[in-house]
Design a binder for this molecule. Structure first.
Ligand SMILES: [Ca+2]
Length: 271
């Protein structure tokens, strides 16, 4: 009892919580003002994403020399940083926090402006190195949809290898008057050169299972899959799959005795 009383009496002391500084701020002893990024962790997702733009613009103005505080790096470096931020906007968080630390050190004489500028100039390289954190690591097992176009999308990093495959016994057709096919597609109907179909290169057949890769610049490449395909991501981006068709409303699964076929699709990482 005594111990408990003691513990309660010595509970946490009340401290005056100082609101975190956000935006441009200069302590009395500092030689320049530093941009203090918002408390990203405390924000809701949408608000958080919206805040990246402001942080980016604040840093850019200082790095560009607009604040007249002696910091200025070349336009080409800023363009490269801007390009990296547009590809990986969430990196603004880490960079803005690191930048505040560098600025604080310069403002208090612990770091030279040249060293800070060297760090800024090194950002394009730093941001490019190992940037992709969305490796394809987990196997996806799904039911193929033949009535929608590229339903699911999964992030993947450059160099990631996957194997996509599906069940080859289930049948469907891609219009009322075409033959029943499987994910191998209609082997009697090559899609080569058919501009209306997503897959129209060598090896593409009408209605077959196809893989779509979209990179971060929204460039789309489509690959014929059929029963199986091993794929290595040429860049960071997203993969998706569907069937090689352009009209989805008229597609139907084969039905026998009340049982409707449904093809499964598996996307698995390859070691
Ligand atoms: Ca169709």
């Amino acid at each position: 009892m005594t111990l408990l009383w003691f513990a309660l009496a010595c509970g946490p002391k009340k401290t005056v919580e100082e609101a975190p500084k956000v935006g441009w701020h200069q302590e009395e002893t500092w030689t320049l003002a530093c941009f203090h990024p918002p408390q990203y962790d405390a924000m809701l997702e949408m608000e958080r994403r919206d805040s990246w733009q402001g942080s980016m613009e604040a840093m850019d103005s200082q790095w560009r020399g607009e604040r007249g505080d002696g910091i200025s790096v070349g336009e080409d470096i800023l363009d490269q940083i801007d390009y990296q931020f547009s590809a990986y906007p969430q990196k603004v968080e880490e960079v803005s926090q690191q930048n505040l630390e560098k600025c604080r050190q310069v403002a208090t004489g612990q770091l030279s402006k040249d060293d800070w500028q060297a760090w800024i100039k090194g950002l394009p390289t730093q941001l490019t190195a190992g940037e992709c954190r969305t490796n394809f690591l987990d196997t996806v097992m799904d039911t193929l949809s033949i009535t929608t176009e590229f339903e699911n999308s999964f992030p993947i990093c450059e160099g990631d290898r996957i194997r996509i495959s599906g069940s080859i016994q289930d049948q469907y057709r891609i219009s009322d008057d075409t033959e029943w096919i499987t994910i191998a597609g209609n082997q009697n109907s090559s899609s080569l050169g058919k501009e209306n179909l997503p897959c129209n290169t060598e090896g593409c057949f009408d209605g077959m299972l196809i893989l779509q890769f979209t990179d971060l610049d929204n460039r789309v490449t489509v690959y014929p899959v059929g029963g199986e395909l091993e794929f290595k991501a040429p860049r960071d981006g997203y993969i998706s799959y569907g069937i090689n068709d352009d009209t989805y409303y008229d597609n139907q699964w084969y039905q026998r005795g009340g049982l409707i076929d449904h093809a499964s699709v598996t996307v698995a990482p390859v070691e």
